[in-house]
Ligand binder design. Structure first.
Ligand code: AMP
Ligand code: MG
Length: 305
C-alpha cells in the first residue's frame, strides 16, 4: 500500500477498489495527475470527475459551508456509500475536475481499502478504471486488461455493488438524480421526506455531461429478449434475471437483481473474451428491485439507445 500512496503523492495514478467499481485514482489537487487520468482513459475533457474523500473534514477543500439544504442528512445516512452529491464548488477546485461547471461531485466510498488509501493520499478523483467506452471494471483483472499487466492496481477482489454510484444534484430546486445507482430514488425520498426528481438527460447539454456518452458497452451486441429469440443460439449469452436455469451460455439469476448488478460488467467482458456475438437480457421493470433502475440505465446504454 505504501508504494501506491507514494505514487499518488508523486503525481502518478493508481487504480483501487471501491464498493461500486474500481476507480482510477489521482490526487484531486494535482493538475498534471488529473490530466493523466483523462489521457489514460481516453475520457472526453467535458466529462467531470467525482472527488472521493475519506472523512467529512476533507469536504471543506471543495465546497463552502453551509452545505445545501439536504446534504447533511444524506451524508449522515448514506456515507460512506454509493451516493455522489453534486454541490456548489469552491473557487479553488480545479476546472479539469468539474469540466468548468460551477459545481463539484463528491462521495465517500464504503470500502475499507479505499478509505485507508484516501486517508493516506488525501482526496482523489477516481473515475472508473476502464478505457472510455469499455465496461467499468469490477475486478482488478479488468483494470489490467484495459491498461496492461504492469498497471498499478490495489486488488480488493470483486466489487460488492458492481454499478457506479447514484449521482444526486443538490443545486437545483429539488434534489435530482442525474445518474441512477444502487441507492434508489425511493430510499433517498424516504431519508429526506421530500420529493426527488429524475433527470433523464435527453438533451445535447445534460446536467451530468457523462450521461451523454455511451459507455458500459461490450463489443457483442446487447438487446432485450423478445418472443422471437430462441434461447439456444450458441453465439449468444443469455442473462435471465427471473429464471433459475444455468448453463454455460444461459445464466439465470432467480430474481437476484443485486447479483446481476454485481456481475453485469464481468458478463459483458466475458462475452467478448468468449467471442459471443450477442448478449440477450430478459426484460424487467424498474420497480422490481431498488437496483433495477440503475441496471436498466446501464443496459439501455449498452444497447445503444
Ligand atoms: P464516472 O467517474 O465515470 O463514474 O463518471 C462520473 C459521473 O459523474 C459522470 O456521469 C459525470 O457527468 C458526473 N458528474 C461529475 N461531476 C459532476 C458535476 N459537477 N455535475 C454533474 N454531474 C457530474
Ligand atoms: Mg466511467
Amino acid at each position: 500500500m505504501q508504494n501506491y500512496v507514494s505514487q499518488i503523492k508523486e503525481g502518478g495514478i493508481v487504480a483501487f477498489p471501491t464498493e461500486t467499481v474500481y476507480g482510477l485514482g489521482a490526487s484531486a489537487t494535482n493538475p498534471s495527475a488529473i490530466a493523466k487520468v483523462f489521457e489514460q482513459k481516453g475520457r472526453p475533457s467535458d466529462n467531470p470527475l467525482i472527488v472521493h474523500i475519506s472523512s467529512i473534514d476533507q469536504l471543506s477543500d471543495f465546497t463552502n459551508y453551509p452545505l445545501p439544504k439536504f446534504a447533511p442528512q444524506l451524508m449522515e445516512k448514506f456515507w460512506p456509500g454509493p451516493l455522489t452529491i453534486v454541490i456548489p464548488k469552491k473557487a479553488s477546485v480545479l476546472d479539469s475536475i468539474t469540466a468548468g461547471l460551477d459545481t463539484v461531485a463528491v462521495r465517500m466510498p464504503n470500502h475499507a481499502l479505499a478509505l485507508d488509501f484516501i486517508q493516506q493520499t488525501g482526496p482523489l478523483v477516481a473515475p472508473s478504471a476502464n478505457k472510455s467506452s469499455r465496461p467499468s471494471p469490477t475486478k482488478a483483472s479488468h483494470v489490467l486488461a484495459d491498461f496492461g499487466s504492469s498497471f498499478p492496481v490495489i486488488d480488493g477482489g470483486p466489487t460488492e455493488v458492481g454499478l457506479e454510484s447514484t449521482v444526486l444534484d443538490l443545486t437545483s430546486e429539488k434534489p435530482t438524480i442525474l445518474r441512477p445507482g444502487s441507492i434508489s430514488k425511493a430510499e433517498i425520498e424516504e431519508c429526506l421526506n421530500s420529493e426527488v426528481l429524475e433527470d433523464n438527460q435527453q438533451t445535447d447539454k445534460p446536467k451530468s455531461p457523462g450521461q451523454k456518452y455511451s459507455h458500459y458497452k461490450p463489443n457483442a451486441e446487447v438487446h432485450w429478449l423478445t418472443s422471437e429469440d430462441e434461447i439456444d443460439q450458441d453465439d449468444t449469452l443469455f442473462l435471465l434475471v427471473n429464471s433459475e436455469t444455468s448453463e454455460e451460455h444461459i445464466v439465470g439469476y432467480d430474481g437476484d437483481y443485486q447479483k446481476l448488478a454485481r456481475e453485469l460488467y464481468d458478463r459483458f467482458r466475458q462475452a467478448d473474451l468468449h467471442g459471443y456475438k450477442k448478449v440477450i437480457i430478459e426484460p424487467f421493470h424498474k420497480n422490481n428491485s431498488p437496483v433495477a433502475a440503475a441496471l436498466l440505465n446501464r443496459i439501455e446504454k449498452a444497447i445503444g439507445k
